[in-house]
Design a protein around this ligand. Sequence first.
Ligand code: CMC
Length: 431
Amino acid sequence: MVEAKLNVDASKFDLPVVKATEGADGIVVSSLKNDGFVTLDPGFLTTAQCESKITFIDGQKSILRYRGYPIEQLCEQSDFLEVAWLLQHGELPTKVQYDQFCLDLNHRTMVGEDFRSFMASFPRSAQPMSVLASAINALAAFYPDTTDISDPEQLDESARIIMAKARTIVSYIYRRRRDEPMLYPDVARGYVDDFLRMCFAVPYEPYESDDLSIHALGRLLIIHADHEQNCSTSVVRIAGSAHANLYSAVAAGVNALSGPLHGGANEAVLKQLEVIRDSGESVGQFVEHAKDNGARISGFGHRVYKCHDPRAVVAKHYLEQLMARGDVDRRLPADERALFDIATELEDIATHDDYFVSRHLYPNVDFYTGLLYRVIGFDAPMFTPLFALGRIPGWIAQYREMLADPQTKIGRPRQVYTGQVERDYVPMDQR
Ligand code: CMC
């Protein structure tokens, strides 16, 4: 077995190394604790919390693969539900398995009247990610017979319920914000087609599907479906390591994703483009000011990708297709179409600017997805819930892998204490 050697003063340690099939090998440091040491790694930059077979990223080479399949091939040849199956089961489904999976989800897509009332109890102005996290958490209360994670049947059923009902929930969130009636699912349509219908259809008019929007949104869901041990996925795994049920763990992931440094960045990007448009400044001036003030440009940079984010390439491709379509004038007012040109210029300036080049800061997935969601018809507060909708299969797959892994222990990081040593309490009148 390969071993790493570590010397700390006079102490010598032989640490086993877990070989990766691709990417960085892992030095197992668990035994150090017995010798009075912990490893200190803020933000877990070099800490692997698990072995995983789900997603592989090479951030230097712009590689993203689910279960070995390149994201580009999946975007070209697969669909979101097939990818969801692949992530959970490790292999592509047969036709029979795929059809059964679609059927299983279709039969669970509707939510009950009490659940609709529960969702209607949120203010219309509520932050969509807060409602989404609450709604997914509430599924545990509405389906209590599916919360025992030691029962494989119940675990499977909770995974199906979350996958099936999430699109209905997100569409309800969208419509409620606009004071529009919630629509029932139509199982004759595909997952993405019906999701768009539940969001955009006028109840008393026939709804015409738009193939390019369906295809583009399907690709967006695929590129968001998993991204190994990112912030929200780590939260899902750590919540699950305490045997929190799948609903609670996925709701925790939704909450983590809501942050502007994570899933919330797509909304921040659009706001940033609007600020540039309305400021009267040129894009170049905006970039210079941001650099002078140490401000971050939303949609740039990534913890793992130090080269092009392959997901951004896919998003940009579909955005360009939708923007080139004849009906874009009808879909977007002129001031919003201008945001696309600002984004293109911002990318061009930043990717030729020494500050960004030297720090390997490229457009990340969020840089173009907000604009793409906008052209499809969604407003900015819905962007992060759409990211969450895509990420749900990944969270489920990672949770299940965590649960099945005999090496899993409750997630409980250590700390290096740098506070006061013991001292005596001082009564208030003596301070
Ligand atoms: N604009 C300007 N400078 C930046 C940016 C940015 N967007 N991102 C990083 N930097 C600078 C940072 O100031 C630092 O500079 P210096 O070395 O002079 O101190 C250097 O680049 C390295 O930054 P870091 O904080 O060590 O990088 P990180 O890996 O910890 O952070 C990040 C990754 C995504 C949080 C960060 O790049 C960021 O805040 N980006 C903007 C928010 C954003 O777009 N988030 C979406 C991420 S992709 C979606 C997802 O997967 O969740």
